[in-house]
Write a protein that binds this ligand. Sequence first.
Ligand code: XIL
Length: 364
Amino acid sequence: MRRFCLDRRYFPTAPGIWILAFLAAGSAFPLSQAKELPFRTLAKKKGILFGSAIRARAIEEDPEYSKFAAKQFSILTPENDFKFDALHPEESRFDFTRADQVVAFAKKHRQLVRGHTLVWHNPEALPDWVKNPDRTPAELKKLLQNHIKSVLLHFSKTANGVVVSWDVINEAFDEEGNFRQDSIWARIEPDGFKFFSWVYRLSHRIAPKLKLYYNDYGIEAPGKKTEAVFRMMRRLKQAGVPIHGIGFQTHGSSGWNTDLSEFPGILKRFDKLGLRITISEMDYSIPTPATSTKDLEQQARIYAEALKACLSVNSCQAFITWGFTDRTLWEGNFKEGFGASTYLDSEMKPKPAFRALRRVLTKK
Ligand code: XIL
């Protein structure tokens, strides 16, 4: 390589010059280059994938957004483009246009995609034809089965080896640790264990190569919900149900005093069950406008803590944030007066959290 050129024509004199040249080439250059290594490369050295929630529309319309995503990430989670209402707007019509754009982007940039999500109770992501209150449990079961089958088969055919995992069920427990009975899907089967078993066995039969995850929020600290999810995962594993991983969303806010001090210990418990782990939707909102150094530093600390927790267990596969710039924030996440939850501001300038993440990834 040219920078190591030792051709005598260029270095014909005293040995001192050789030594100086060698030192300059060996130390200074790689250091300056290391500063520019993207997250995906730094994360790979630590054995994990690094990514973000992504919007097909923003990829298409915002060149700065798509440039950053292309360069920095090794894994993408479609923020909304793989959800029920997006893919299946009418009973007899699927629409994979946006979803396929995400997959095409990932293929182009050699990235993986996590499917998100097949079974979610949130009415916001369910089309009206599903929410029709007259549907019987048997009808609901049939339509969910058909949805899961069609969606998984579509991506098996078009995105084999790209869409490698799915959040099959998302947020099935309430804050008290109960299997949500207000979910439309609980009408199919009110018993959580039976419902999970049915959904994961079905998904595995259709797409046996995929890693099937359960994904939830508010399970990063000890509590009723964390315990309920742990027990469910343990029971499923013991029963041989094909569930392979768990996503810890890790949404946080200084508005509700996120505490990640016990997070590594919790990850260890799930790791021992033989589950893969992903930090799946990390963000941390702070008071807006986000001008206080103290708040920005606090945000940086929490981002770093979450990433360190991931690196503390062997089974952690990926660190994924819910967006990466305050330009495309997740609306409605925050208490009044809170926001700015990502690590780049709305002009794509790095906030302290950006540097904190890089520090964790570059630390020996
Ligand atoms: C959110 C999206 O970010 C919003 O754009 C959308 O309006 C609602 O859903 N947990 C999840 C994600 O699993 O799917 C949610 O995404 C955020 C909380």
